[in-house]
Design a protein around this ligand. Structure first.
Ligand code: SAM
Ligand code: GLN
Length: 287
């Protein structure tokens, strides 16, 4: 049953009503999503909504909000509805050609920045850049770096380029379209290579949350029959692209630590480092 209707639809009343309504529909982050959608309609930032609690949005704004809530309830992820997602310290525009940036991936960015800090003008490569959330964050935080970002999807690469321009780092980035290392110029080497490759096993697609499975790009998720296809290929091919002493950082799925470490250990030119855990204490980045 929908919650009772208030007499005046202020920002506060809209948020309270929508939060309750989304909860009855089983939306987990109901309050956050109600806020993100209303902030989008009112062309403001979520954190500014509190200052506008007593405002009464226009009929047109309310109609727009209602339409977004309806689409949300058909399974569309909020980030695609509002066209952006915050990640690390920046905001990234997204569309259904790219994976929505995940907070888990901020673990990789944090570890990468710790390692980049002492280096001068490091060359960095991000394989499968998607929205560019990793590559652009690194270029933005490490001001003397040059970051090369690749993706097999031209549509994803267009989003990444847009995000680099929007965040004022495009001048220190190179974008290349193609399969893994194939688009790199001959002899290119890097101080650091990072990747959050597709890592969902084909057998596990059925268990994915419907929002993810039905709306996010399959090319961004499909890690082959066992989910490890990209780790296998990257570990086998990465050697010649790393400078001596360079780092390789790979985001992994929650139960892939042992398998990915074993794949890296098979390569005589790679030396295993620690696996970095995310905020939820899950192994998240193999180094
Ligand atoms: N780096 C982004 C992030 O962390 O949010 C996106 C990661 S998403 C899990 C994986 C990305 O790899 C997708 O953008 C996909 O298009 C790209 N990809 C898939 N197969 C690829 C391949 N063979 N070569 C290069 N990129 C590929
Ligand atoms: N973290 C994503 C998910 O669980 C998967 C991302 C990936 O395949 N690299 O939906």
């Amino acid at each position: 049953m929908p919650p009772p209707t208030p007499t005046v639809w202020t920002v506060r009343a809209l948020l309270v009503w929508t939060t309750e309504f989304l909860k009855t529909k089983g939306v987990e982050a109901a309050k956050l999503e109600a806020e993100l959608l209303l902030a989008h309609v009112l062309q403001t930032d979520r954190t500014y909504l509190t200052m506008r609690f007593d405002e009464e949005p226009t009929d047109a704004e309310r109609a727009k909000y209602k339409e977004l809530i309806t689409r949300r309830l058909t399974g569309w992820p909020v980030a695609y509805l509002v066209g952006s997602r915050g990640f690390y310290l920046l905001n990234f525009d997204v569309n259904p050609a790219v994976l929505i940036p995940r907070s888990d991936t901020e673990t990789l960015v944090g570890e990468a920045l710790t390692r980049l800090k002492p280096l001068t003008a490091p060359a960095v490569l991000d394989i499968g850049t998607g929205s560019g959330c990793i590559a652009v964050s690194l270029a933005h935080q490490k001001k003397d770096s040059h970051v090369t970002a690749t993706d097999v999807s031209p549509d994803a690469l267009a989003v990444a380029k847009h995000n680099a321009t929007k965040n004022n780092v495009a001048g220190r980035m190179t974008f290349l379209q193609g399969d893994l290392f194939a688009p790199l110029p001959a002899g290119a080497t890097f101080d650091m290579i990072v990747s959050n490759p597709p890592y969902i096993a084909q057998s596990e697609f059925a268990d994915l949350a419907p929002d993810v499975r039905d709306h996010e790009p399959r090319t961004a998720l499909d890690g082959g029959p066992d989910g490890l296809a990209f780790y296998r290929r990257i570990a086998a091919a990465v050697g010649p692209f790393l400078k001596p002493g360079g780092s390789l950082l790979l985001e992994i799925g929650w139960k892939q630590d042992a398998a990915v470490r074993a794949l890296v250990a098979e390569q005589p030119e790679l030396e295993l480092g620690p696996t970095i855990k995310d905020m939820g204490k899950t192994p998240r980045v193999v180094t």
